[in-house]
Design a protein around this ligand. Structure first.
Ligand code: NAD
Length: 273
C-alpha cells in the first residue's frame, strides 16, 4: 500500500453511498478528497462536500464534471446508465477506477473488460469483507455438497434499490455455478412467483428478492436437502462497510497493473473459487 495520501474522486457524491464515502475520506489520514461529482442538473451542485457528509466545511464543492488528475483514483457509486461515460473518462485520463455501481448492462461489462487493458479497475457488486468471504465460501460449500443439495438465495434491500436481483446475489450464484461446473444463465431461476411457476428442477440456483424499508442489504444462502438445511447469512446494517471496502480497494489499486480485479483480489483471496 502507498504511503502517500491517495487523492480520491467520488462520483455519485450526493447519493447514499456517496455521502458515506465522503465521510470516510474526510476522517481518514491516508486519503484526500480531490473532487466530488454528481449528475448535471441535479440538486446540490455547488454544495460543500464536507457539509454534505454532515461534517465541517471542506472548501470542495460538488460539480458535474468528471476530470480526474493522473495521480488520483475514481470511486464511482452512481447509476448504471452513467457508468460507460465514467469509464471513458478514466481511460482518457489514465487513472484507476473503483466501480461499485450495480445493474450494469452486458455492453457496459464488455467495455469495462476492454478498459481494464488500459487502467487497473476494481469492480465489485459488494465491497463488504463479509460478503466477499460469503461469495468465496459459497463456491467451496456447493462443491462439497454437490447438486443433491438445492441452492437458494434470499436477498433483502431497501425500497429505493433499482436493480433486482441484487448484483451480490448474482455474484454468489455465479460462484456456486462456477464451482460446480454449471452455466449460470441456464440454471438461474429468479421468477418463482410468476404465472409460469413450476416445480424445481435438480441443479437450479434460485434467487428471491424482497424490497422494503431501509434494509442496507441482507443475503441468506440456503442449501436444502431431504431432512436438513444449511444456511449462511450476511447482514449489512451500515453502508459505511461498503465505503470502507471500496476505499481500501482504491488505496490498493493505485499500485496495480492494468487489469480487472475483484474485492477478493484486494483481500488477497484470489478468484472466486
Ligand atoms: P443513490 O440513488 O442514493 O445515489 C446515486 C447518486 O448518483 C445520486 O446522487 C445521483 O444523482 C448520482 N448520479 C446519477 N447519475 C449520475 C451521473 N451521470 N454522474 C454522476 N452522478 C450521478 O444510490 P446509492 O444507494 O448511493 O447506490 C449507488 C449505486 O451503488 C447503486 O448502483 C447501488 O446498487 C450501488 N451499491 C453498491 C454497493 C457495493 O458494495 N458495490 C453498495 C451499495 C450500493
Amino acid at each position: 500500500m502507498s504511503e502517500r495520501l491517495t487523492p480520491i474522486v467520488i462520483v455519485g457524491a450526493r447519493g447514499r453511498m456517496g455521502k458515506a464515502l465522503l465521510r470516510e475520506i474526510i476522517i481518514s489520514d491516508s486519503m484526500v478528497l480531490e473532487a466530488a461529482v454528481d449528475r448535471s442538473g441535479g440538486p446540490g451542485l455547488g454544495q460543500d462536500a464536507g457539509r454534505l457528509a454532515g461534517l465541517d466545511e471542506l472548501g470542495i464543492v460538488v460539480t458535474d464534471e468528471l476530470r480526474p488528475r493522473r495521480s488520483s483514483v475514481v470511486v464511482d457509486f452512481s447509476l448504471a446508465q452513467a457508468t460507460e461515460a465514467n469509464i471513458h473518462k478514466c481511460t482518457e485520463a489514465g487513472v484507476p477506477l473503483v466501480l461499485g455501481t450495480t445493474g450494469l448492462s452486458k455492453t457496459t461489462r464488455e467495455l469495462l473488460r476492454a478498459a481494464a487493458n488500459e487502467v487497473p479497475i476494481v469492480s465489485a457488486a459488494n465491497f463488504s469483507v463479509g460478503v466477499t468471504l460469503l461469495t468465496k465460501i459459497a463456491g467451496l460449500v456447493a462443491h462439497a455438497l454437490g447438486e443433491q443439495w438445492d441452492a437458494e438465495l434470499l436477498e433483502i434491500h431497501h425500497s429505493h434499490k433499482r436493480d433486482a436481483p441484487s448484483g451480490t446475489a448474482l455474484r454468489i450464484a455465479k460462484s456456486i455455478a462456477k464451482a460446480t461446473g454449471r452455466d449460470l444463465e441456464t440454471v438461474l431461476r429468479s421468477d418463482r412467483a410468476d404465472a409460469h411457476a413450476r416445480p424445481r428442477e435438480r441443479g437450479e440456483i434460485g434467487i428471491s428478492a424482497l424490497r422494503g424499508g431501509d434494509s442496507v442489504g441482507e443475503h441468506t444462502l440456503m442449501f436444502l436437502a431431504d431432512g436438513e438445511r444449511l444456511e449462511l447469512t450476511h447482514r449489512a446494517t451500515d453502508r459505511a462497510i461498503f465505503a470502507r471496502g471500496a476505499l481500501r480497494a482504491a488505496q490498493w489499486v493505485v499500485d496495480q497493473k492494468p487489469g480487472l480485479y475483484t474485492m477478493a483480489d484486494v483481500l488477497g483471496l484470489g478468484g472466486l473459487g
